[in-house]
Design a protein around this ligand. Structure first.
Ligand code: NAD
Length: 451
């Protein structure tokens, strides 16, 4: 099939590259000329493992091209997939990019003969596709639904594992209110991806994405709440508690002789909170959606509150250990919201660095991929520096806080902390470091969920 993907950020680019790898002819559209130029030069404009090789292959084969001309892309395709951003504005989802995209596609459909399917892949609140998108398409195209198709296909990929997730989905949700739209969207995936296709209506497809992210975010906040209770009680290690909780066979079904550890248990771990472009934004959007519809969620605001307080609780413990943070040098291990990405959006590292600076500390942040993006949020200045070299950050530091569990940080020998730091205090914000060997090397260890 010929597919136009509109919006070539994380989701759009991975979608385009993977659909092209499965044999479709894909045109990626973005307003940003630098993104389009990079793709056509076979270079990934963002950091995502596996993507560079895949992109080279599909661009070289001619199965994927990029353009700034939405018109050209839509005229030459059977399906348009919108993967533009849906940010938050004043606590609510901002559908400006979606509305603009629908208007632009609609204007092209006015001059295009034949049936064309418009699919929304962006995360949008329930009711967006069958009202705003449909009405905008109708007005801009002068056509009625049926002359064009409408589908909603939420995306579940995780940054850092996006290509693997896209090529090997666990389920493909297709929202469609009519058979023809469903049939065309099904053709995008059927036979190419080995996963069940779940057909639902447009609104249900939209809600499935929010319910998924709300559940995962709530599991993380639940774990952090348990961790705080363990800290308050003393003498209880949240790591052991949560490990035992997830050993329940309802989480952990034994398969053959060796039990298989389900990935969901990765969300039942104590840490310094969730971040990224989706969980915080989507939970907030869902709360405001609920409020508008007359149901104020009770649980979800608490999920956000626990998450907001989590990094600050960690700093509170650090401050009590050091007496004061003023004038202290603190090494921050990890700037991205999780390993395997260059994305720092809503990273707990941002709240941690801001609070440290406010308290008069000096910060040296280390990250293998996230420095460029973090500099746009908290620019390098007198009291804040960034480096890719953990040794430089640890030099003469009064404490080191592990914020992101990049594999490279797990390999730092405990002796290096003890040797380089003025005061070898290691704060494990992800509970991935070996307390015993750090203490043996002469460090003090402070871990989330352990007091
Ligand atoms: P992004 O901000 O990285 O990319 C969006 C792109 O759309 C940008 O490059 C922008 O220039 C482009 N754009 C905006 N309006 C346009 C228009 N009218 N024409 C052409 N290009 C336009 O966003 P993202 O992280 O890829 O997310 C896209 C959507 O997918 C969001 O709704 C998000 O919530 C959802 N989502 C994201 C992820 C993720 O991990 N990032 C996962 C699942 C779903």
């Amino acid at each position: 099939m010929r597919i136009a993907v509109v919006g070539t950020g994380y989701v759009g680019l991975v979608t385009g590259a993977c659909l092209a790898a499965r044999g479709h002819r894909v045109t990626c559209v973005d307003r940003k000329t630098e993104i389009v130029a990079a793709i056509n030069q076979r270079q990934a404009p963002l950091y995502e493992p596996v993507l560079p090789g895949l992109l080279k292959e599909v661009v070289a084969s001619g199965r994927l091209t990029a353009t700034t001309s939405l018109r050209e892309a839509v005229l030459g395709s059977d399906v348009s997939i919108a993967a533009v951003g849906t940010p938050l504005k004043q606590g609510k989802i901002d559908l400006t990019f979606i509305e603009e995209t629908a208007a632009e596609i609609g204007a092209v459909l006015r001059e295009k003969d034949g049936y064309h399917l418009v699919c929304i892949k962006s995360t949008v609140v329930p009711g967006t596709t069958d009202t705003l998108v449909k009405d905008t398409l109708k007005a801009a195209s002068g056509k009625e639904p049926g002359e064009f198709g409408l589908a909603m296909n939420p995306e579940f990929l995780r940054e850092g594992r996006a290509v693997e997730d896209f090529l090997h989905p666990d389920r493909i949700v297709i929202g469609a209110d009519d058979d023809r739209s469903f049939a065309r969207m099904r053709k995008v995936y059927a036979g190419l991806f080995d996963a069940p296709i779940l057909r639902v209506n447009l609104r249900t497809a939209e809600m499935i994405k929010y319910a998924t992210n709300a559940l995962l975010a709530t599991l993380i906040s639940f774990s952090n709440e348990m961790a705080s209770l363990c800290e308050a009680a003393g003498g209880i290690d949240a790591l052991e508690v949560l490990e035992a909780v997830t050993r329940d066979k309802r989480f952990y079904p034994p398969e053959g002789r060796e039990p298989v550890k389900p990935e969901i248990t990765g969300y039942l771990q104590a840490g310094c909170g969730f971040g990224g472009s989706c969980f915080p934004k989507d939970v907030k959007a869902l709360i405001s959606f609920g409020r508008e519809k007359g149901h104020l969620p009770r649980l979800l605001p608490s999920t956000l509150r626990v998450n907001r307080e989590q990094p600050l609780r960690l700093l509170g413990r650090l401050e009590r250990e050091l007496g004061t943070l003023a004038g202290r040098k603190i090494a921050i291990l990890g700037l991205t919201f999780k390993p395997g990405t260059d994305d720092v959006r809503e990273s707990p590292g941002i709240a941690i660095i801001r609070q440290l600076l406010q308290k008069g500390a000096r910060v040296c942040g280390v990250d293998p991929c996230g420095i460029k993006n973090m500099q746009k949020v908290i620019p390098e200045a007198g009291n804040v520096h960034y480096t890719r070299d953990p040794q430089l950050a640890l030099e003469e530091a009064d404490a080191a806080i592990l914020v992101t569990a990049w594999p490279g940080f797990l390999e730092i020998p405990p002796e290096d902390y003890a040797r380089a730091m003025r005061n070898p205090l290691v704060v494990d914000g992800r509970r991935v470091l070996d307390k015993e060997s750090l203490e043996k090397a002469g460090c003090r260890y402070l871990g989330v969920g352990l007091a």
